[in-house]
Ligand binder design. Structure first.
Ligand code: 1PZ
Length: 216
């Protein structure tokens, strides 16, 4: 079937990846689909302009690190978050206090994406419940200050807060999502965000249990 909308970017599909990565009654997460979701988010971010390329570059680097583990000799151990954590911890493959022999463990790399997912969750929830005249830069920096900013040094916080002013208006933002009218976007977010929350909550719980939330 010919469908020109098919190859066009759509945020709905991206958020659906976060639904499809949930396994075993939300008690595990498939790494491959988690990364598919992230690649979609990066694509979306790149449509917002070059100002955000310093953000997407870091996300791409981290996605790449995780994909290399998946493709590597021990790829099977990286199939789900639970098995990755189990494998890396039991093999002493995680730097717990200082980056040294395992500076780019799957656990610490995924933690960075996990913290960023919290930002995304907060930001999209703010967008969903915002009024038409809300400023995206304000919503974005509020979400950032309540999440990622706590882990970033001053220079990155400063750069991020300047970049937020380059964000398009709420309406333009909704248009680039390529989902439909603002009403439809709001509805889609209401359906899809619970899946992002489930993925976030599972990961958070796993990291709390194994005491991994402060990995350097
Ligand atoms: C839609 C507008 C996009 C706004 C994005 C808001 C987040 C701004 C964050 C800017 C930080 C990017 C610079 C890289 C920072 C890294 O030092 C940290 C820590 O990694 P380490 O140095 O320890 O290896 N990286 C991160 O915190 C991961 C940041 C990923 C950001 C992805 C944002 C997701 C955007 C989705 C857009 C829909």
């Amino acid at each position: 079937k010919m469908d020109s909308a098919e190859d066009k970017f759509c945020l709905r599909e991206v958020l659906v990846s976060f639904k499809s990565c949930l396994l075993n009654d939300d008690k595990d997460v498939l790494v491959e689909h988690y990364l598919t979701g992230w690649k979609g988010l990066v694509r979306f971010m790149n449509t917002l302009g070059t100002v955000f390329s310093f953000v997407s570059k870091d996300a791409v680097t981290k996605i790449q690190i995780m994909e290399n583990y998946l493709k590597g000799d021990n790829g099977e151990r990286y199939r789900t978050l639970r098995s990755m954590v189990e494998y890396e911890l039991s093999g002493n493959l995680v730097d717990l206090t200082k980056r040294s022999s395992h500076p780019d463990s799957g656990c610490r790399t995924l933690l960075r994406l996990h913290r960023a997912l919290r930002w995304l969750q907060l930001f999209l929830e703010k967008l969903r419940t915002s009024s038409e005249d809300s400023k995206t830069s304000t919503l974005c920096s509020e979400a950032y200050n309540d999440s990622l900013a706590n882990y970033h040094p001053w220079l990155i916080r400063k750069t991020a807060s300047v970049a937020f002013f380059a964000l398009p208006t709420r309406n333009t933002f909704f248009e680039v999502m390529n989902v439909g009218s603002p009403d439809v976007v709001v509805e889609m977010l209401g359906e899809a965000l619970p899946y992002v929350s489930k993925v976030y909550d599972f990961t958070q719980e796993l990291y709390v249990q194994r005491n991994l939330l402060d990995l350097p």
